[in-house]
Structures are given as C-alpha cells and as structure tokens.
Design a protein around this ligand. Structure first.
Ligand code: PLP
Length: 362
C-alpha cells in the first residue's frame, strides 16, 4: 500500500490516472486469463490485436477522427516525428513553412532543416515568446509542402487559442502536450502527432494521425519504421510496437470516455487552469509572463518576485509532497504541468500551498 500523498506536476513523463494504474496492476500477472502479462504476448496474437483495435476505436471516438484519417501507434517519440514529418510529406516540394513559438518549435525546425528548406512564417521571438503574431501577419510561402506548428509549448507555457487556417496546404501539429485536453476539429489537420508521455500514457509510444491522401508524398530516404504508408499498411505493426505502452494508452482512452470524453475534460482543464492562473495573477508575489490570451492550460510556468526564494519554495513544496515544480532549465523559475490525469484537488492543494508560502515569506 502507498500511504504517501504526493502531488505530481511533472511535465512528462507525467501522471497517469490512478484508476488506470490500479487496473494495470490488477491484470499485470494474468492478462485476460492468459496466465501471462500483456507485455509477454505476441503483438500478432488475437489478444493483442484486440487491444490495438479497441484502443484505436476509442481514440477515434474520443477525438471524432474522420474515416479518411489513419491512426498510427509508433516508436521514436515526438522528436522522431520532427524528422518523419518532412520525410513523409515532402513529395516533390523543396520547402515547408514553420511557426516558431518557442523551444519545441525551434527543435522541430532544426531537425526539419536537415531535409528541406524551412521558412519561418511567424516568429514569437520578437515578443520574447509571450504571444504570437496574429494570423494576418503570417507570411505563408507559395510552394510549401506543409505548415508546421506547435499548439502547446510545454516549456514556455504558450498555447495557441485558435487552429491556424492554411487553405489547401496541409497543417501539421506537434500536439504532444495538449492532445486530448479539449475537443478539436481533426479535419483541419493533415497530420497530428504526439509523444504519449504527457496526456496519453507512458513514454515509448508516439501517436500519429494522418490524412489518407498524404500517404503518397513520402521520400525514399524515410526509414521504413517511420514511413506512414508502410506503417498504415501494416496496422502499425511493420516493426514490433511498444505493446505495453500501447495497452496502457488504451486504458487511458477508456478512462477518458468514462470521464465524459473531451468535452468534459475541456471543462475540468479550464477550471484547473483558471484556479492556478487566478492565484498567480491575484498577487505580485507570483508572476506569469505570457499574454493572457496565449496562456497554456497544460503547463503553467511562474516565477517568484524574489528569485532568491525559488529554492526555498521548491524545498518546502517538496516536503509537502509537491513533485517536479522546478521550471525547465531553459527558462528557470517554477512550472506546474496540469495534464488530464492531474486531479483538480491537486491543483487546489497547490493553490493553498502557494497562499500559505506567500503568507510566510511575502
Ligand atoms: N514536442 C513537445 C511539445 C514536447 O513537449 C516534447 C517533450 O518531451 C517533445 C516534442 C519531445 O518529445 P519526445 O521526448 O517524445 O521526443
């Protein structure tokens, strides 16, 4: 039994719903009466095929994914997709349009530059990544293979309040840190990809949602394990998929459906974010630098007016069971990641701790 109460605000790998872990523990040694665990069975056997099919069906229902999209369960993480995207979508084009919204967008740009010319069509650098230029100011190029953006910057704490309009040019999104946090219109995207370890499940699994007609643009240089057409043709089993992570993601999808789906998660996430930002904004003791329209609902970075108190804050928080509140080394300060699996009560506990800390040190 675990009696230590912890409040885990890790940016990723991040919390998984307690109920899901309990179910996984329950069936760990004997999956569906097989007498072995799910990670010890063939991915080609009927038991795992059922896990794979059900998880895909559940994700399709949750996100309302249209029939002309493939859903792939791959390895290699979101960084693998930084390379896979240009290699799959390039076709006969020589360039792609990228939106620079911060650390992760820049990482995607750097990788894509190995394969094609990258045009930066909008740059948040000019505002210190506090906000992005409005869409009217984006300088789309005339011959881009696709437009890539990062809907939620996990480190910077900036989230797009809209889905960009790109006309006939396929829109590609690195949704690693805000997938499944609200309903979205999948039909506006050419490709959506996400590393699983934030809002889906354990690390090791990468979900890719790709529109059928884009499967034809791949370059022969694309590694077969990342080739969307190859993997779609083999139901994501061209190579051995990360079966345990996939199974666990499937349990998370069922948990999300039991919560009422993404419309319900949207409401809960809105409430959680409002509570935390409300606390930060209510005082000069705490501060968040992002323009309010662009504040991330998943990752909430904040600083203390007196940075000398950072280490005291983190040490005292740690004693109370608050884990991983230290900001990313690229930006410093604090960060609380509040993905789907972080209970609202944990946000309430953090807000109370912040009030108490300010009362003592403010
Ligand atoms: N993109 C975003 C938005 C992220 O938050 C992360 C975090 O790790 C990555 C990409 C990198 O993902 P991975 O470690 O799965 O390659």
């Amino acid at each position: 039994a675990i009696d230590k109460q912890v409040f885990n605000f890790s940016a990723g790998p991040a919390p998984i719903p307690r109920e899901v872990l309990e179910q996984a523990r329950e069936e760990l040694l004997d999956f569906q009466g097989l007498g072995t665990s799910v990670m010890e069975i063939s991915h080609r056997g009927k038991e795992f095929i059922r896990v794979a099919e059900e998880s895909e069906q559940d994700l399709r229902e949750l996100m309302n994914i249209p029939a002309n999209y493939k859903v792939l369960f791959l390895q290699g993480g979101a960084r693998g997709q930084f390379a896979a995207v240009p290699l799959n979508l390039k076709g006969s084009k020589k360039s792609a349009d990228y939106v620079n919204s911060g650390y992760w967008a820049q990482s995607a740009i750097k990788e894509a530059q190995r394969y094609l010319n990258v045009n930066i069509i909008a740059d948040g650098k000019l505002s210190g990544f506090r906000q992005m230029p409005s869409q009217e100011q984006w300088r789309f190029s005339s011959d881009a293979a696709y437009v890539h953006y990062t809907p939620n910057e996990t480190i910077g704490g900036l989230e797009f309040p809209f889905i960009p309009e790109t006309g006939d040019v396929p829109l590609v999104a690195d949704m690693s840190s805000n997938i499944l946090s609200r309903p979205i219109d999948v039909s506006k995207f050419g490709v959506i990809y996400a590393g699983a370890q934030k809002n889906i499940g354990p690390a090791g699994l990468t979900v890719v949602i790709v529109r059928d007609d884009l499967l034809e643009h791949h370059s022969s240089a694309c590694p077969a394990v990342w080739d969307y057409a190859t993997q779609a043709g083999k139901d994501s089993m061209y190579n051995t998929p990360p079966t345990f992570a996939w199974y666990l993601a499937g349990l998370v999808f069922k948990w999300l459906k039991r919560q009422g789906g993404l419309a319900e998660m949207d409401k809960i996430n809105e409430r959680k974010a409002r509570k935390l930002y409300g606390q930060i904004e209510s005082t000069r003791f705490y501060h968040n630098n992002i323009d309010p329209c662009w504040c991330s609902r998943m990752n909430v970075p904040f600083t203390l007016a007196d940075p000398e108190l950072d280490s005291v804050f983190l040490a005292e928080a740690g004693k109370e069971g608050f884990m991983y509140l230290k900001g990313h080394k690229a930006v410093g300060g604090m960060r609380a990641s509040i993905y789907n699996a972080v209970p609202e009560a944990h946000v309430d506990a953090l807000v109370s701790f912040m009030q108490e800390f300010e009362r003592r040190y403010g």
